[in-house]
Ligand binder design. Structure first.
Ligand code: HEM
Ligand code: HEM
Length: 230
């Protein structure tokens, strides 16, 4: 959908700027919903655990939606349209360094790589949170090796993997500790990626004289010029 609309800038020398619809409503709701749910998950972590988990599951649901939408959505939402090879991404980064990168109407190759990094890291954060939340899920995961080597799994031969007092097996709490560490590391990595993402948005906005954050609200961007990549 690239229907062209006109927006008049007010003033005596009013000029007419042609804009096109780039981000569909679902991409926009996804984006700002994700920002809200991710922020809430961060703010409530270790503070209000039920809200934290709900926010984390919301992030997971939004990411799952975006993966599906990336396969079946419209022109600018589709992964096949905006994902670039590492070679093209590096070439684009080189152009950025020289200040000669072209304007993309959809996601540019560097932005696209960042989107993949954000979606993968968010999935990993939500997955480790989910595993950590339920000892039974963790037990399933750590029982896997036993399926392969059942004879050596239970050394004391009592058919029970816990200690004498019935406490959870040490390996479970070890795995729990490891999961917690991975969960927190991924969450911290997300902060770094989000900061780089916003930095990239600001940089591209300045370079191409357009407010990309506003475009993610309205869905509209300046129509492509002759040198732009539509
Ligand atoms: C207030 C801070 C933020 C602003 C202003 C912002 C702005 C934007 C803009 C302008 C785009 C489109 C980029 C382009 O033109 O190619 C975008 C895309 C995206 N942003 Fe953000 N962003 C923010 C925070 C975040 C955070 C915190 C996350 C992750 C939790 C995030 C995840 C994404 C994703 C996944 C996309 C791809 C959108 C799609 O195609 O569905 N953003 N963002
Ligand atoms: C994807 C978004 C998520 C983010 C950004 C996130 C972030 C965090 C952070 C930063 C912590 C460390 C808190 C601290 O100890 O200081 C944490 C802990 C935790 N998170 Fe998440 N999380 C997310 C999703 C989830 C989900 C989906 C679940 C489970 C349903 C979950 C369950 C937990 C648990 C159980 C802890 C340990 C709390 C504790 O005992 O200290 N998280 N999370």
């Amino acid at each position: 959908m690239t229907a062209m609309t006109e927006a008049a800038t007010p003033g005596p020398n009013a000029s007419t700027i042609h804009t096109i619809r780039v981000w569909d409503p679902l991409v926009r709701v996804f984006h700002w919903g994700l920002v809200a749910a991710f922020s809430l998950a961060w703010l409530t972590a270790d503070e209000v655990q039920p809200v934290h988990e709900l926010a984390g599951y919301t992030v997971a649901g939004l990411v799952a939606f975006r993966v599906v939408w990336g396969l079946v959505g419209g022109r600018y939402a589709r992964f096949a349209r905006f994902l670039a090879s590492p070679r093209r991404t590096l070439a684009y980064l080189g152009d950025m360094r020289r200040g000669t990168e072209r304007r993309y109407i959809g996601h540019n190759p560097a932005g696209a790589a960042m989107i993949v990094a954000l979606l993968v890291t968010l999935s990993g954060t939500a997955l480790t949170g989910w595993l950590m939340d339920e000892p039974a899920r963790l037990a399933m995961a750590s029982d896997l090796p036993r399926v392969v080597a059942p004879a050596w799994a239970d050394d004391d031969g009592d058919g029970d993997d816990g200690d004498e007092d019935g406490h959870a097996p040490a390996e479970h709490s070890e795995a729990d500790g490891l999961l917690k560490e991975v969960h927190e590391t991924l969450a911290t990595l997300m902060l770094v990626l989000a900061a780089l993402h916003v930095g990239g948005v600001v940089l591209a906005s300045v370079r191409h004289h357009e407010n990309l954050a506003r475009a993610m609200v309205t869905g509209e961007k300046r129509a492509p010029g002759p040198d732009d990549i539509a």
